[in-house]
Write a protein that binds this ligand. Sequence first.
Ligand code: MD3
Ligand code: FE
Length: 207
Amino acid sequence: REIAQGAVHVPGWLDLDQQRRLVEACREWARGPVPIRAAKLPGGHQMSVQTVCLGWHWAPYKYTRTADDAGGARVGEMPEWLARLGREALVAAYQDDATTYQPDVALVNFYDDKAKMGMHQDKDERSREPVVSLSVGNTCLFRFGNTENRSKPYTDVELASGDMFVFGGPSRLAFHGVPKTYPRTAPPECGLANGRLNITMRVTGMA
Ligand code: MD3
Ligand code: FE
């Protein structure tokens, strides 16, 4: 389960009922106040992954309260029930009996069959508290690299529907990416016929 120090993979952590509820919630969040969109990178390219943000809006490469690149509305709240699920994830992954973890942002990523995410670090947060990742839908190939650069050595792991992953400690600043997803591999009962959802929770460290 521990693929690197602080990086813990818990396969099948979410039951199908929880997965379906997350899919339903994501459908609602995707509608607004800031509709789901593919972020545009400073170089002009559009990401292939579509994202909706809760709590804070992430536009490459910073957090704001309003979606200045997407209509200017204030993003939806980060629901307390989701933050609690994030705390439960941390407890399960690190086998702590208590945590004060209070994520204030969730990024919901949707992958269609062609979407992928290049190797990157998540360093737009001022806090170095762990990131919790929840996956629902199609299985993907997840590439977990090193903290030095976007190339080898890396560890490839498949993330399936219901899997949870926590990245903390020395793994918090590791490069990582999603080279591909596997079409039509979502379990029929997860609530998503095709495509992949990933929800990451973070602590921005913003006021
Ligand atoms: C390792 N998302 O949103 S989740 C991202 O599946 C992102 O959508 C991928 O990378 C996805 O930034 C991967 C796993 C993940 C998320 C955050 C991390 C791994 C991480 C932060 C630090 C180290
Ligand atoms: Fe990331």
